[in-house]
Design a binder for this molecule. Structure first.
Ligand SMILES: Cc1cc2nc3c(=O)[nH]c(=O)nc-3n(C[C@H](O)[C@H](O)[C@H](O)COP(=O)(O)OP(=O)(O)OC[C@H]3O[C@@H](n4cnc5c(N)ncnc54)[C@H](O)[C@@H]3O)c2cc1C
Length: 478
């Protein structure tokens, strides 16, 4: 869209000239997040307060300009890509941690605070905000709330939604509202703070977050179990849960991911069909007891080798190998890049073996390479597809495999996204997963954003397939 004359000057008068840009390089750059999609905005703004956000929203609603809030831009499904142009609102200048109240079990942070920075500030108090996304060094608290982010520790500690006590939000018409409380309990009417969790910028701009915090565990230790059959790794996870034993993390990697990280970062992981990295944490004596149980369950489930460590250097090495999967996969084949397609499904924990077997079958049938890994103890599996970005045929085979993977996930009683959100890349499949609920979502969207200016065209509003507005040489394969 073309902005009306004089509008950029009016925007600059709200945020300052240096925080408003229409430079081609900035527009191009802010057209990306970490997904496969790209579309440039018309203007980029960087407000520093809720009041500035409110004035910008009043202007946007007066002029009917689309607005896409943006945190760290680490989203993997195009949620922060301004698909209809308009204004990208970068919230990263709003990066103040306003309060840490350990005796009240909460902290207050502006939306643009980076996850790792918040935990660095909480650490001297022996507390933390647990979700642990793999992107913690770059993603923001606002982006985490907007996508209900979580990570490897969700099985024990939950997701972002479990920590949101209250929010300050700027609505589409520019009004500033406060939802939730700063108390641990609250039954005071509709739980509106929950409504904005997972809303992906379509209902309001989150400017401040009140988060519950948790005490840091005293000790942690890890088991690395190697399996000659992928199904056995999946079974190990559900056997562990049914002991019952809730690990603090359980990371599964298949042979493709193992090969990729061993090649890219010389991780030295066992050359097998699958590995499980299982972490337990808590009081030292409980950790020691649980480690023995994990080791024994891994062996009973068919592990061909089991390594145990409470050495922080060794554990960091294993964790870093797991964290490098996404980038390592891109270096596995010469012509191939790793793309976030069907990358984040979740199934009931006991269905993990069925899911991983189905993914491998679908990959073979469609002649695509699919690496599978994930936070298996909460049923959350990630796949990354390796495609030739210059080949339409490669994209088409990928698209067919994505549809089949999501059909398998839905038939196993799962969801198309456990933590990354919907954005563009998963929109058609969310509609399939939620054939009745999306109408209610649409009604809420209409009530809060009648002009449809907040991140329009996403979630249930996305039309058509997913291999559109690509960042790659094949730009548009409608
Ligand atoms: C290497 C890597 C590893 C990752 N690992 C994980 C993981 O383990 N777990 C996980 O959950 N995700 C993971 N992700 C995905 C991503 O980091 C999360 O979705 C994260 O929460 C996005 O935060 P962000 O600040 O980067 O948001 P962005 O990408 O900037 O935005 C994401 C969405 O939130 C909206 N939004 C952002 N800020 C606001 C705001 N203040 N108000 C309203 N809406 C807003 C945007 O409009 C968009 O719809 C990973 C990504 C990468 C690149």
């Amino acid at each position: 869209m073309k902005l009306k004359e004089g509008l950029v000057e009016e925007i600059a008068s709200i945020v300052g000239r240096e925080n408003c840009s229409t430079r081609v390089a900035d527009l191009y750059t802010y057209g990306f997040d970490s997904s496969i999609h790209h579309h440039s905005p018309d203007v980029v703004v960087r407000p520093s307060s809720a009041e500035e956000v409110s004035r910008l929203m009043k202007l946007a609603s007066r002029e009917g300009i689309p607005v896409v809030p943006r945190g760290g831009g680490t989203g993997l499904c195009g949620a922060a890509v301004p698909i209809k142009g308009g204004m990208v609102m970068d919230l990263t200048r709003m990066n103040r941690i306003k309060e840490i109240r350990v005796n009240d079990l909460y902290c207050v942070a502006e939306a643009g605070v980076v996850y790792d920075r918040l935990n660095e500030a909480l650490s001297p108090n022996k507390f933390f905000f647990p979700p642990t996304p793999g992107s913690g060094e770059a993603c923001t608290i606002g982006g985490m709330v907007a996508t209900n982010a979580s990570g490897m520790r969700a099985v024990k500690y939950g997701a972002t939604r479990d920590y949101v006590l209250g929010l300050e939000v700027v609505l589409a018409d520019g009004s500033i509202i406060h939802v939730g409380t700063n108390t641990i309990k609250n039954s005071s009417g509709y739980q509106l703070e929950r409504l904005f969790v997972g809303s992906e910028g379509t209902l309001g701009i989150i400017t401040e977050v009140t988060l519950k915090i948790a005490p840091k565990p005293k000790k942690s230790a890890m088991v690395l179990a190697a399996f000659d059959r992928l199904e056995d790794a999946g079974k190990c996870v559900s056997n562990l849960i049914s002991v019952p034993l809730i690990p603090s993390a359980t990371e599964l990697m298949d042979d493709i991911c193992i090969r990729a990280v061993n090649k890219a970062v010389q991780a030295g992981l066992p050359d097998v069909q699958a590995i499980c990295m299982i972490e337990v944490d808590g009081e030292p004596e409980i950790v020691a007891k649980e480690l023995k149980v994990v080791e024994s369950i891994a062996r009973q489930s068919g592990a061909s080798s089991v390594q145990v460590s409470d050495d922080s250097k060794q554990m960091a090495k294993w964790t870093s190998a797991r964290k490098s999967v996404m980038s390592a996969l891109s270096r596995l084949g010469d012509q191939l890049v790793s793309v976030s397609l069907a990358d984040d499904m979740a199934v009931p924990i006991s269905k993990i073996p069925d899911a991983v077997v189905a993914f491998h079958r679908i990959a073979e049938e469609n002649q695509v390479i699919v690496g599978t890994y994930g936070h298996a103890a909460d049923g959350n599996l990630h796949t990354k597809m390796l495609l030739d970005p210059c080949s339409e045929d490669s994209w088409r085979r990928g698209e067919r495999a994505v549809g089949q993977i999501f059909d398998a996930v839905i038939s196993l009683g799962g969801t198309v996204t456990g933590e990354h959100g919907v954005g563009i890349s998963k929109a058609p499949y969310m509609m399939k997963e939620r054939p009745d609920a999306w109408r209610t979502m649409m009604a809420i969207k209409k009530a809060l954003d009648p002009q449809d200016i907040l991140n329009p065209g996403k979630l249930m509003q996305w039309e058509g397939g997913i291999i559109r507005d690509l960042r790659y040489p094949c730009r548009d394969l409608r």
